[in-house]
Write a protein that binds this ligand. Structure first.
Ligand SMILES: Nc1ncnc2c1ncn2[C@@H]1O[C@H](COP(=O)(O)OP(=O)(O)OP(=O)(O)O)[C@@H](O)[C@H]1O
Ligand SMILES: [Mg+2]
Length: 240
């Protein structure tokens, strides 16, 4: 079953075309990665898929529903988002950040607490649960933003550079979690600048350049052209 489909998506910021007729289909249970240079349009696209910004033209389909004002509330319930910039509430503690977020999904406090504690344990943040956000390191904030995106047990997870700024062990924790989610049939959409991450996690990769999708294929098929080196493919494809 198709999970997320984009059709001829265009986004203008004033006169600047940030997305230029982007089309793709992501299957349910697939991990789909968007790669591309800084400014290629990845975050613009991620923000569009969860309805945070609307396309200038084109359409997005999530399972059997077209994304629009009317369907957005319903669609938001099944999507988890980890934005590129951690937008945690600096006035709240670690645990309250998770519990307040869970309220947007009408998750009962007891259930929310159970999920939050399991997730905090998973990323080794449990002992920080009463700590104020301002006292966390950059990587800790990143891990907290990641688990916050899982609090509603989403069917579709949008991860905009999930592991940027993480130490190698933390990165592996996040990778393990993404693989667990994949195995339980969730759809994962991610952006990354790490070729190793893309190769390890993604079933399919789209390489973007200047608002366009240049190619969509499996990491294996892509890297075959360059003796198994995905980075070489990326550098070649994104050359000016
Ligand atoms: N709100 C905005 N107003 C005007 N221009 C914007 C806005 N958001 C993004 N842009 C522009 O759109 C283009 C795509 O930006 P976007 O953030 O989607 O890139 P990206 O692929 O996520 O880059 P990075 O890898 O650095 O995160 C860039 O040229 C950026 O300057
Ligand atoms: Mg970005």
């Amino acid at each position: 079953m198709d999970s997320v489909t984009g059709e001829n998506l265009v986004k203008y910021y004033k006169n600047f075309k940030a997305l230029d007729s982007v089309s793709f289909t992501i299957q349910e249970g697939e991990c789909f990665g968007f790669l591309g240079a800084n400014g290629a349009g990845k975050t613009t696209l991620m923000n569009m898929i969860y309805g945070f910004i609307s396309p200038t033209s084109g359409r997005i389909q999530i399972f059997d529903k077209e994304l629009n004002k009317k369907t957005l509330p319903e669609i938001k319930r099944i999507i988890g988002v980890v934005p590129q910039d951690n937008n945690l509430d600096p006035d709240l503690s670690v645990i309250e950040n998770l519990l307040v977020y869970a309220r947007y999904f009408d998750i009962k406090r007891k259930e929310a607490l159970k999920r939050a504690e399991e997730l905090l344990n998973f990323v080794d943040l449990y002992k920080w649960k009463q700590t104020n956000i301002r006292k966390l390191s950059g990587g800790m904030k990143r891990k907290l933003t990641f688990i916050r995106g899982l609090i509603n047990d989403p069917e579709i997870l949008i991860l905009d550079e999930p592991t940027t700024g993480l130490d190698p062990r933390s990165r592996r924790q996040i990778w393990d979690r993404i693989e667990m989610l994949k195995h339980s049939g969730k759809t994962i959409i991610l952006t990354t600048h790490y070729m190793e991450e893309a190769e390890k996690l993604c079933d399919k990769i789209a390489i973007m350049g200047k608002g366009k999708i240049l190619v969509i294929d499996t990491p294996q098929n892509l890297s075959i052209q360059f003796s198994g080196n995905l980075e070489k493919v990326y550098l070649n494809m994104t050359e000016d």
